[in-house]
Write a protein that binds this ligand. Sequence first.
Ligand code: ATP
Length: 560
Amino acid sequence: MGSLFQFNQLTSAALPALPILLLSNNSVETTLPAQNDTLIDAAQNTMASATRLKMPTDFPSLLTFTHTFSALRDYLKLIVLGGSFEALRRLYSASYRSLVDRFFITATFESEDVSYEWMLFWLSSRPQFRRFRDFSVSTGGLSLDESALEIDDNMDEGLRQRTRPVRYLPSYSSSYWMWYKGRYITISRTRDDSRYSSTLRITIFSRDRSILDSLILEARQNWLSERTDKIEIYACGGFDIDWNHVASRSKRPLNSIILDDGISEFLLHDARDFMKSRQWYADRGIPFRRGYLLYGVPGSGKTSIIHSLAGELGLDIYIISLSKTGLDDCALNALISSLPEHCIAIMEDIDAAFTHGLTRDRTDMKLEDLRHRDAVFSDAVVKDTQITLSGLLNALDGVSAQEGRLLFATTNRYHSLDPALIRPGRMDIHIEFRLASRYQARELYKRFYFPDAPDEVTMDDEASSDSGYDTPTIDPIDDEPPKYNGTTHLARAPKLSKKKIEQLAEQFAARIPERKLSMASLQGYLMSYKTRPFQAVDDVERWVEDTREGQDWRATADKA
Ligand SMILES: Nc1ncnc2c1ncn2[C@@H]1O[C@H](COP(=O)(O)OP(=O)(O)OP(=O)(O)O)[C@@H](O)[C@H]1O
């Protein structure tokens, strides 16, 4: 640097003398005034010293020139200066971090985890949060009732149904602060577009971790108390195949599923008994797990009873889709190991993943062999399913399989299942779900029209046109046949005496062929007579003849 500077000084001194020097070499030299001689001398001296310094003209010499001692000294100064700045910066950030570590507690909540929803729910119900002025407005995802914007009471019913609740959530671009139990807390939410997920970060100015504990417990409590009548449903999904909260569903009363006498009660009692028997299992060295295999015809209530049991037992549901793309043995194992201790895990249509046969490992079979083994085996199944039977067996009862869980598997093809999969220990209880019996048809009818028919009503109203509800336009007897399938949900069936209800249900059941129609089709039929129990009884015979299931039954009956 120093040399460069000197060089600049020299050249700037020599430059003004340059024209004089040039002129002095010309023929006009003699015409120059005498006082110029001194100037010429000075210029010549300056140029001489400049020539002595020899300004490099080529690149290698320039390089050498910049490596002179004084240049290096300037470089060194720069390095020391820069280094000091960087050291100071690092010192500042380390001290800041240690300050934060020492005096603040930070917790992050990922959107894939249900705790994220607890915190959002807690946050959006805080009066302090509502005071802020920057929000992210959401109409989807979480059902955070507390934070939902009130819908105008006068809104048209059609519009109301089409309107999703509007909620205020923390925005991604701001951070918020508030007081919690006298502590200062900050909240920020960030989004990770590459993973379609977001993170909520809460920092508390406190050294006491119990404040965070109490915040999380309070948030969870708030959330759960809003959901005493709900069950949470989780499914495997996302980029890193993990459990994601997918829905909250209302509990379904157990008596709304009509099975053959005693089956629902048996299942409920068995599951309750299991949940209380940890010690019993431990004493005998038996893995503390229970598996139920519900098999039988479609639409017979297999899925419905599981949901209803989850509500009765207060457990959440974890759905394992064996045919999910990207799910392999390893991921399945990890998923099953990460189930919570008390939960209901469901594997629906367990046969779907193994329709290709009874092999213990599909990797040792060629696709062609697999296709030939089962006529209904589709290409989609071949491509998508990466689970092997041995992988599934290991996941179900391997060392890492979660203890305490209830596993429910359903299938329509019981006999295509590998015996190893359904042996006791894996599937302890096997229950067959059959087509509707007359008993079921009768109970379904009663439940459908008179879900809460009070015993004390004695009005025998065969001739009455008073519905007893706020729907006087609907005449229970003289109602027109439906012009379309389905009627308004707002209308109610007429109020009838218990005796009358029994009588109608009996007539209905008598017209249903035993074990020929599924409960789902009976329910579908009744749905088109929502408010017309009499008409439903009158028309049922015709419907049985017309319906496909009924025709199949007639064809078999005729052959016989
Ligand atoms: N036993 C039953 N009692 C009351 N409703 C039933 C019964 N069986 C089926 N339904 C009704 O039929 C519909 C379908 O039932 P569900 O999905 O539980 O049948 P599923 O046996 O699981 O059928 P799939 O094997 O096709 O999955 C539900 O709406 C349910 O309310």
